[in-house]
Write a protein that binds this ligand. Structure first.
Ligand code: 2AM
Ligand code: CA
Ligand code: CA
Ligand code: CA
Length: 263
């Protein structure tokens, strides 16, 4: 298998899809709700996903596609080549802000992340990596991340976890956000993973993410020495939704052991 050729192909699909999304703002966007009133999807999420699925099925018929809006394949194992695609990660931002959303893509071979892409569509910024070949921000090589103490760290976390909730002990989360330097919430897991990988934030925590949210970002994160697991400290398995944390080296163990108590 020629991974360099797949890499070039994936990048060209991502750029073409990004162009489609930017142009979509010139026409009316149809918005629907899915599981609840705030779980949004648009015709553009669907169109971009079917664009990828049709192209990949045509040019790489043996590859599997796992994607959010249902045009891909249902998989029960990670054997072979699997593309994990989120056509728009941050749909709420896409609708409300027209920025701060990304195309997220990870290409795995027999369960090993080989290629990862996070494309911040409105900024035209592509974070990408190939396994053992380093991570890049556009054409700029991203350096290895260094250790940062919690007191100097900016943590990406959703504000709802400091309120009483059914997933995590909020008193511990309050201690975490009090001790760290500051918090941010960008509303796109892919962008937060890209920001950890490029040192713009130091950690990102989520109580529930799907494989297409994280698969591409994990490949990028690993190339710069970031640590990505679920909140039990186990490598995400990518066959279903799970909790998630990614940090610079050094912070992961401290945050998990002292500040995260799942219910
Ligand atoms: P989305 O925009 O592709 O749905 C928002 O904080 C982040 O969580 C986004 O990356 C968003 O992806 C994701 N997200 C939103 N609802 C989710 C859900 N029900 N399960 C998993 N991830 C979700
Ligand atoms: Ca969604
Ligand atoms: Ca998503
Ligand atoms: Ca999405």
């Amino acid at each position: 298998m020629n991974l360099n050729a797949i890499d070039r192909y994936a990048k060209s699909l991502i750029k073409e899809a990004g162009h489609k999304i930017r142009v979509s703002f010139f026409s009316t966007i149809d918005i629907d709700s899915k599981a609840d009133a705030n779980d949004l999807v648009t015709n553009i999420d669907r169109e971009v996903e079917s664009f990828f699925v049709e192209r990949v099925k045509q040019d790489f018929p043996e590859h599997k596609m796992v994607s959010e809006e249902g045009y891909g394949d249902k998989i029960t194992s990670l054997d072979g080549v699997v593309w994990f695609l989120d056509p728009i990660d941050g749909t709420m931002n896409f609708i409300h802000q027209r920025r701060n959303f990304a195309i997220s893509l990870g290409i795995y071979v027999d369960g090993v992340g080989m290629l990862g892409y996070i494309y911040d569509v409105m900024r035209d910024e592509l974070y990408h990596a190939a396994k053992d070949e380093g991570a890049y921000f556009n054409d700029e090589r991203l350096p290895q991340l260094e250790i940062t103490p919690l007191e100097d760290a900016i943590i990406g976390i959703n504000a709802s976890w400091v309120a009483p909730n059914h997933r995590v002990e909020n008193e511990k989360i309050i201690e975490l956000v009090t001790r760290c330097r500051g918090t941010r919430s960008y509303g796109s897991a892919a962008i937060e993973l890209a920001y950890v990988s490029s040192g713009r934030i130091d950690a990102y925590i989520s109580m529930r993410l799907a494989p297409w949210d994280i698969a591409g970002g994990i490949v990028i994160a690993q190339e710069v020495g970031a640590v990505a697991t679920n909140l039990e400290g186990v490598t995400p398995h990518l066959l279903g939704s799970d909790t998630f944390i990614v940090t610079r080296p050094g912070l992961h163990e401290e945050i998990l052991s002292k500040y995260i108590r799942l219910k």
